[in-house]
Design a protein around this ligand. Structure first.
Ligand code: BES
Ligand code: MN
Ligand code: ZN
Length: 492
């Protein structure tokens, strides 16, 4: 993780210097000092490049003098619309543009402490890299950026503002690490072991194996798992940072460590993507790490259902009827609609055992949500308008956008079964909605939202604060939801 430091504003003797600039604003004191030290080379270069500070724009000046290897001007846009996201994105742009500079100083003397912290957070998030399996990469080809120092008069205040963001980034990286791992390494048992490792943060971690789940009657989850030699697990992670006895908020994640489709097998093309079919569980795990890491004043519980969906001589068949933990029976028409089967038992277990304030589940549940919303919004389904509104606002604030989709009884016809209480697929029309209608049967009326993150968990291109690959979509959003509404002393 990028090493972030805050120091009093004085010109660094060498290395890379970053000048965050608002559109139309004068150079900050430090930027002016740097310009003088380079005999006006910086101002001349910015004028020649017609750099005015427009948001998202950067201008690199190579070796302008005074010992600087590079000066990078980064645009913050109009001073009127200063937002946290602007500063984070600028930080991300800095990390991307200066990845080969070992040490960067940022002239943050015109920023508030909170803005400096946001810039550092964005740079940290963008500097993430999953390279543990690259054994042949030459050192000179690796990114060198190790340290970012923000030069600001109120350094202690900026440092205090940054502390919880650092913990949040650590949670994001827990998720990105889990989601990036190949499926031969990260099977359900290994995933559960990594959750156990998070006990060091103060989380209570409980792991259940197939025998216990069988005793409880998790017929839906175990039906999915039975085709794989890698046994199922359910992990319960608890963070008790709130008032003793206060109801917890609950997060539930789909953790299919690999989804072949089972007997209803998927086509070969792109099947490797199904290693990240555990992203919902990965997000819940990283979120719990973040809440514990920053000692959030909330009681929270995270539950993840971990299975591998494989075809084999012992795999479940299309036509099988399974009895879920809730007692409701399900005809399995398509073994590739496995996520809802896993979530059915974990949701029921959650509402029954924890009486939560709300339940939010995250799942790479349907290809149909990608058809509907592409890669810009996750689908949100909710039985509670207040929760939906809060989720929507949190998503906008952190730039992890949700789009609310409908739930309605009219869709229930599509999941009627001739032999059981329901079937696990509702056909192509409204495929994400019928999946959500299915899940709703296992929430027992509790305030609940389902986030279908199939289009958001993995990205094929770099974004400002998210390198391509595992995005950890949802960690920042849900951390924000908790901070804004559910911590002792928060809104309500
Ligand atoms: N894990 C998939 C959904 C998915 C697809 C996630 C593409 C990410 C990218 C899920 O288990 C699945 O296979 N869903 C089926 C449901 C269908 C059989 C009703 C789908 O979407 O095709
Ligand atoms: Mn599937
Ligand atoms: Zn799946």
């Amino acid at each position: 993780m990028l090493d972030i430091a805050f120091a009093a504003p004085s010109l660094p003797p060498k290395g890379a210097l970053v000048l965050p600039l608002h559109e139309g604003a004068a150079l900050s004191g430090l930027a002016q000092a740097a310009d003088q030290a380079t005999d006006g080379a910086i101002a001349r270069a910015l004028a020649a490049a017609e750099f005015k500070g427009a948001k998202g724009k950067t201008c690199t000046i190579l070796a302008p003098g005074a010992g600087f290897s590079r000066v990078l001007a980064v645009g913050l846009g109009k001073p009127a619309d200063r937002t946290t996201r602007r500063l984070e994105d600028a930080g991300g742009a800095v990390a991307a543009a200066l990845a080969r500079e070992p040490e960067i100083h940022v002239a943050a003397d015109a920023l508030t402490p909170a803005e400096a912290a946001s810039l550092a957070h964005g740079a940290t998030l963008r500097a993430y890299r999953f390279d543990k399996y690259r054994t042949k990469e030459k050192p000179e080809d690796k990114p060198r950026l190790a340290r970012l120092t923000l030069l600001i008069a109120e350094a202690p205040a900026a440092e205090a503002a940054y502390a919880p963001l650092r913990r949040l980034a650590e949670g994001v990286f827990v998720t990105r690490d889990l989601v990036s791992e190949p499926p031969n390494i990260l099977n359900p048992a290994e995933f559960a072991e990594r959750c156990r490792g998070l006990a060091a943060l103060g989380l209570e971690v409980e792991v259940m194996g197939p025998a216990e789940m069988h005793t409880l009657g998790f017929g839906a989850l175990l039906g999915v798992a039975q085709g794989s030699v890698n046994e199922a697990r359910m992990v319960v992670m608890r963070w008790n940072g709130g008032a003793a006895g206060a109801k917890p908020v609950a997060f539930i994640g789909k953790g299919v460590t690999f989804d072949t489709g089972g007997i209803s097998i998927k086509p070969a093309g792109g099947m490797e993507d199904m290693k990240w079919d555990m992203a919902g569980a990965g997000t819940v795990t990283g979120l719990m790490a973040a809440l514990a890491g920053r000692a959030a004043k909330v009681n929270a519980v995270g539950l993840i259902g971990l299975v591998e969906n494989m075809p084999s001589g012992n795999a479940q068949r299309p036509g099988d009827v399974v009895t879920s933990y809730s007692g409701q029976t399900i005809e399995v028409i398509n073994t590739d609609a496995e996520g809802r089967l896993v979530l059915a038992d974990v949701l029921w277990y959650c509402q029954k055992n924890f009486d939560p304030v709300f339940m939010v589940d995250l799942a790479t549940l349907t290809g149909a949500i990608i058809i509907a919303l592409g890669h810009e919004h996750a689908g949100m389904f909710a039985n509670n308008d207040e929760l939906a509104g809060r989720l929507d606002a949190a998503g906008r604030a952190v730039g992890e956008k949700l789009w609310r989709m409908p739930l309605a009884e009219a869709y229930d016809d599509q999941i009627k079964s001739a032999i059981a209480d329901m079937k696990n697929v509702g056909g192509r029309p409204g495929g994400s909605i019928t999946a959500a209608q299915f899940l709703q049967r296992f929430v027992n009326g509790k305030p609940w939202a389902h986030l279908d993150i199939a289009g958001m968990a993995w990205s094929s291109k770099d974004a400002a604060c998210t390198p391509k690959g595992a995005t950890a979509f949802g960690v920042r959003l849900l951390d924000r939801l908790v901070a804004d509404h559910y911590e002792t002393g928060a809104g309500q």
